[in-house]
Design a protein around this ligand. Structure first.
Ligand code: GSH
Length: 212
């Protein structure tokens, strides 16, 4: 199986996470941001992630990919899901893009190997985020919106090895968002969230993003 991905992409991380939790080998092919052809040739449009199964057929939805991987052999995402975790994930997503999007383009990531690829990302994001520097300058404001949500999450972490005590789709909902927002230099997760993040990342053996 092969995953076409960006290193900074949280939807890609969902799939990488599922494969690592299952100990299933996954070829991780990072696409350079300006290399639309590799996606278009495969599925007819620009989209990431793309999972190419062993029979060559592509999948385009990250949740389908997670479910597909988890169904191979014995499933591991067997725990109950809690509506409060899905709600926290939604709340996180209302804030985290303002912290993460103006930072990704500064990172030494393989999808930005060339200046052209980095600029391609920055130009592509310009409509939604016209002034990334101004967003970074408001980091304290966004962190003050983020921290109560993380405190709420902290109160809901049931184990450092699984948010609900047993691995579930809620871990796939939350951990990729934490990995993304951990890009913010100086951000300190509340204790239980920090322990959960550190334990899960150590288990997955996927490096965190650099911070900036
Ligand atoms: N439903 C898709 C959404 C995929 C998606 O929104 N991918 C974004 C990147 S995270 C994308 O393809 N953006 C277009 C681009 O990179 O040009 C999934 O969950 O896999």
């Amino acid at each position: 199986m092969k995953l076409l991905m960006f290193e900074h992409c949280s939807l890609c991380f969902r799939v990488r996470m599922a494969a690592r939790l299952k100990d299933i080998p996954l070829v991780e092919q990072v696409v350079e941001d300006d290399d639309s052809a590799v996606m278009v040739d495969l599925v007819g449009r620009r989209v990431i992630p793309i999972l190419v199964r062993d029979d060559g057929t592509p999948m385009l939805e990250s949740w389908d990919m997670v479910n597909y991987i988890d169904a191979i052999g014995t499933p591991v995402l067997t725990g109950p899901e809690r509506p409060e975790i899905a709600k926290i994930a939604e709340q996180l997503l209302e804030v985290t893009p303002y912290l993460t999007m103006p930072r990704y383009g500064l990172l030494p990531l393989p999808e930005f190997r060339t200046r052209a690829a980095r600029d391609h990302f920055l130009v592509r994001k310009r409509d939604a985020y016209p002034d990334m520097q101004a967003l970074r300058a408001r980091t304290r404001d966004y962190l003050s919106r983020l921290m109560p949500i993380l405190d709420d999450l902290a109160a809901n972490v049931q184990s450092p090895t699984a948010i609900n005590g047993t691995l579930s789709r809620d871990d796939i909902r939350i951990l990729p968002l934490l990995r993304s927002v951990a890009v913010v230099e100086g951000l300190e997760f509340p204790g239980p969230v920090d322990a959960y993040f550190a334990t899960m990342m150590a288990q997955l053996q996927i490096p965190p993003l650099p911070t900036v």
